[in-house]
Design a protein around this ligand. Sequence first.
Ligand code: RB5
Length: 149
Amino acid sequence: MKIYAGCDHGGLLLKKTLIRRLVELGHQVEDLGTNSENSCDYSDFAHAVALKILADPGAKGILTCGSGIGISIAANRHAGIRAALCHNSLEATLARQHNDANVLVMGGRLVGEAMAVDILEKFFSTSFDGGRHQARIEKIEINPERQAN
Ligand code: RB5
């Protein structure tokens, strides 16, 4: 399974740490930038990662920005992307088990390195539970013909 990685300047250091750990664990990672500390716009990297995942079934992603908030909002604008902003490993486990999250998001200015690596390991070692959660994730996508309920 391929993992696409993206960040802005606020998430650069954390993204590098996460990529290093993923490679150690034997994952194949493609880094889509940024790779500079110069100020840039998180949406550009969220969209780049989202489009790669949507074109590569089964792929997942990691995204980081300063808080993790902007980059997760941008990624989640893509139908089929379920980006989960996680602050602890329980959230990472639940994001996979219940939400089949395909992008892990963290805030480089908010999460310590040891916690971030723990979150990463949980996210990429936990499977989707399926069952009742399958219908729920299908209802996330907006069907224009559907009435509110
Ligand atoms: C950049 O300064 C910062 O706004 C960005 O990394 C992120 O935290 C936005 O949500």
